[in-house]
Design a protein around this ligand. Structure first.
Ligand code: NAP
Length: 268
C-alpha cells in the first residue's frame, strides 16, 4: 500500500509547542510539509521560535498562532486564520489537550470545563470545519489525539477518560462515514507518555499501572503514530501489550472488575 505523501501539503497542528504535538511537527517538517502551529497565548514566543527553527532547518513555510481553543470562538478563529495564511489545510492534527487527576467531585470545576472544551469540543469543531473544505477538495487527513484512556472507565481522571472516549468514538464513526471520499480520520491512542501534561494535571509520578503500560517517550510515541498515519491506519495503539489490554481484554472483562482493578492500578 502506498504511503500518504505530505511533501508540500499544509498541516495544521494544535498544541504544537510541547510534547507529542511538537514531536509530530518535527516529523511533518522533515518530510517537507508546511506547518500552521497553534498553542496557548502563554506559549506565543516559544511556538514562534519553534516555527522559525523548523522553517529554516527544513526549508518549509510555517505560521504560528496563539489562540486558546477552549474559548467560544477559538476553533473557528484558528481555522479561518490558518486557511487565510496557508491557502488551504490538507491535514488537521487535533493534539491540544489537558488532563486533570483526582476524584471527579474534588477537582476544580473550571479546570475540568477547560479540559473538556479543549479535548473534546474544540476537536469536534475543528474536525467539522476542516471536513467542509476537505469534502470540496476531494481529500484530506485528520489526526485526532485520543488515548488508551478512551477504552474503559478511568478512575481518578473520569472526565479526561470521558473526553477521550468521545474523541475515539467520534473519530472512528466519522471515518467510517467518509469511506470512499478520499478523506481519512485517524484516532491515535497512546499510553501514558512523559510530557508536561502529566505533571500539570497532577498525575502521580508513580502508578502501578505504569508496570503494564510503560511510561513512554514523546519522540517514540510520535514516531510510531506518524508511521501509522502515513500507512493509512485509522486507529492505532502503540505497544502490543497496550493494544491487547485496550482492544481485547477490556472488552471481555466485566466493568465491575475493571473498576476494581483500575482503583488499585491508578491510585498514586
Ligand atoms: N502524555 C500522555 O500521557 C498522553 C497519552 C495519551 C494521549 N495524550 C494526548 O496527547 C495530546 C498532547 O498531549 P501531550 O502529552 O503532548 O501534552 P503537552 O506536552 O502538555 O502538550 C499539549 C499542548 O496543548 C496545549 N494546550 C492546552 N490547552 C490548550 C488550548 N485550550 N488551546 C491551545 N492549546 C492548548 C498545552 O499548553 P499548556 O502546556 O500550557 O497546557 C500544550 O502546549 C493531548 O490531547 C493528550 O490528551 C497524552
Amino acid at each position: 500500500m502506498s504511503k500518504y505523501e505530505v511533501k508540500g501539503k499544509n498541516v495544521l497542528i494544535t498544541g504544537a509547542a510541547s510534547g507529542i504535538g511538537r514531536e509530530f511537527s518535527k516529523l511533518f517538517a522533515a518530510d517537507g510539509a508546511n506547518l500552521v502551529l497553534d498553542d496557548l497565548p502563554a506559549k506565543k514566543e516559544v511556538l514562534a521560535q519553534w516555527a522559525k527553527e523548523l522553517a529554516a532547518k527544513y526549508n518549509i513555510n510555517t505560521w504560528s498562532f496563539s489562540i486558546d481553543l477552549s474559548t467560544e470562538n477559538g476553533p473557528e478563529q484558528l481555522y479561518a486564520s490558518a486557511r487565510e495564511a496557508a491557502g488551504s489545510i490538507d491535514v488537521l492534527m487535533n493534539d491540544a489537550g489537558t488532563l486533570e487527576y483526582g476524584n471527579f467531585s474534588e477537582i476544580d470545576y473550571a479546570r475540568q470545563v477547560f479540559m473538556v472544551k479543549t479535548n473534546a469540543l474544540a476537536l469536534f469543531k475543528l474536525t467539522w470545519l476542516a471536513l467542509q473544505d476537505m469534502k470540496k477538495a476531494g481529500g484530506g487527513r485528520i489526526i485526532n489525539m485520543s488515548s488508551c484512556a478512551a477504552f474503559q472507565p478511568t478512575l481518578y481522571h473520569a472526565a479526561y477518560g470521558a473526553s477521550k472516549a468521545f474523541v475515539q468514538n467520534l473519530s472512528e464513526t466519522v471515518n467510517a462515514e467518509l469511506s470512499g471520499t478520499g478523506i481519512k480520520v485517524f484516532a491515535f491512542s497512546p499510553p501514558y507518555t512523559r510530557t508536561p501534561l502529566l505533571k500539570a494535571g497532577n498525575l502521580p509520578e508513580k502508578l502501578r499501572w505504569f508496570a503494564i503500560s510503560g511510561l513512554w517517550d514523546p519522540a517514540v510515541i510520535a514516531k510510531q503514530g506518524y508511521k501509522a498515519f502515513k500507512q493509512g491506519k485509522t486507529m492505532f495503539i502503540p505497544g502490543p501489550m497496550n493494544w491487547l489490554m485496550h482492544s481485547v481484554i477490556v472488552r471481555l472483562t466485566p466493568h465491575s472488575l475493571l473498576n476494581m482493578t483500575s482503583k488499585l492500578m491508578m491510585k498514586g
